[in-house]
Design a protein around this ligand. Structure first.
Ligand SMILES: Cc1ncc(COP(=O)(O)O)c(C=O)c1O
Length: 428
């Protein structure tokens, strides 16, 4: 078990957890979500916001508004709905930009994550004979591996020669920033693209995106991030870090529902380059002339120029309901609470002090989000089953990890304390 000096004096007691909850300025946000129930009627301990975030209670009302406008206005809803559909997606841009540290021109909501990664690679993975390699994490999420591998092959290169996978040192589970930088420098001239997860889905490690971007751009590579596990979870400054592009989904920490509409970032410096290769569709065309229906494609400046189709309004409504909560809470305040909550969780796990479990997520709070990944000795899945039977929803990842994500918007210190009690009992 990794331990570290906590900046906070934690105590392993129910009273202490209650005291922390009482002092929590965000505690009322839990009431804004539907918490699934156990068969006995009690709330489950929901720790899978890293997989599917909970439903904001306002989502139904936001979607019903659009159903109502469709019912009463038909096609005229595009202009006359309470929230006219034509510019609806624009009403989410600023809130989404704030979550990822971007300018509004750099952000758009559209499609879903893997689709967006492909669309962005069409523009930003432009391999040449000399510079054709893509750098990813060896343990990248499978969809990213498939997307990257298929892009390499699409351009006539081979995965064997064009894919660099970053592996942790022998005996370690997370990547060291200096090792990532070293790989970048060593392969400098041949790297076309670096595409990492902002937070690794398995280990929960948050990468130093600023340093990686700097190292990548220095050798002339393009740098992009998959922020599926980072958006709404850690503080991001995509614009200031000079990241070229990023994509993320909205169904995890962003609580916009299963298969929710996703987000995209394209740095401002690419906004004006209208001849950047891209797959085009009418929704990415200049708004002033879109309805003149002319054949020549003129992209909107900025991230919106990557849109293809008119967006699904019910999906946008669900996302809007969620982003309004984020705006009220403030991402900085959420991350502050998150650090305390996960720090407390880590403390309680170390107090259990059982060699059958080990946290593989970095113990440095700046190198992780809210998720802790617990490695279970001998891959004993029975332990996971036992804690699930006690009303905990966490998830098991093969071969031997339980991922647990206390989300600051709707999880409490009491939740974390109760989980630790359950885990301790199940280890007996
Ligand atoms: C890191 C990461 N990348 C990509 C995906 C795939 O997302 P989608 O199915 O929305 O394309 C996921 C899904 O969980 C993910 O966690």
């Amino acid at each position: 078990m990794q331990t570290k000096t906590q900046p906070f004096k934690f105590e392993a007691s129910k009273d202490f957890a209650r005291k922390m909850d009482a002092q929590d300025s965000l505690k009322h946000f839990r009431e804004k979500f539907y918490i699934p129930k156990q068969p006995n009627g009690e709330d489950v301990i929901y720790f899978t916001g890293n997989s599917l975030g909970l439903q904001p209670k306002t989502a139904r009302e936001y979607i019903e508004q659009e159903l109502k406008d469709w019912e009463t206005l038909g096609v005229e809803g595009h202009f006359k709905a309470k929230n006219p559909w034509m510019p609806y997606h624009e009403s989410l841009t600023e809130q989404m930009s704030n979550i990822v540290g971007a300018k509004p021109i750099e952000t758009v909501v559209m499609n879903s994550l893997t689709v967006n990664l492909h669309l962005l690679m069409v523009s930003f993975y432009r391999p040449t004979f000399e510079r054709h390699k893509i750098v990813i994490e060896a343990g990248a999420f499978p969809s990213d591996q498939y997307a990257v591998g298929s892009q390499i092959k699409f351009h006539g290169f081979s995965i064997e020669n064009s894919l660099i996978e970053l592996k942790p040192r022998e005996g370690e589970t997370c990547l060291r920033t200096e090792d990532i930088e070293k790989t970048i420098v060593e392969n400098g001239d041949s790297i076309a693209l670096i595409l990492l997860g902002g937070v690794n889905y398995y280990t929960g490690q948050a990468f130093d995106m600023r340093r990686i971007t700097e190292a990548g751009r220095k050798v002339g590579a393009v740098v992009g991030f998959d922020l599926a596990h980072a958006a709404g979870n850690v503080e991001l400054h995509l614009h200031d870090w000079n990241v070229d592009f990023a994509a993320w989904c909205s169904y995890k920490y962003l609580n916009a529902g299963p298969g929710a509409i996703a987000g995209v970032f394209v740095h401002e410096r690419h906004a004006e380059i209208s001849d950047l290769p891209r797959f085009a569709g009418w929704w990415g065309h200049d708004k002033k002339t879109r309805f003149l229906m002319k054949p020549k494609f003129i992209p909107i400046k900025g991230a919106e120029g990557w849109q293809l189709s008119n967006p699904p309004i019910f999906q946008l409504a669900a996302l809007k309901a969620s982003l309004d909560n984020f705006e009220d809470a403030g991402i900085k305040t959420l991350v502050e609470k998150s650090k305390k909550l996960t720090g407390y969780f880590e403390f309680l796990l170390s107090e259990i002090n059982d060699e059958r479990i080990a946290v593989i997520t970095p113990s440095n709070e700046n190198q992780r989000g809210c998720q802790l990944s617990i490695r279970v000795k001998n891959a004993d899945k029975n332990l996971f089953k036992k804690i699930s039977d006690q009303g905990v929803i966490a998830d098991w990842r093969e071969p031997d990890v339980i991922r647990v994500a206390p989300v600051p918007l709707y999880n409490s210190f009491a939740n974390v304390y109760r989980f630790a009690e359950i885990l301790k009992d199940c280890l007996v």
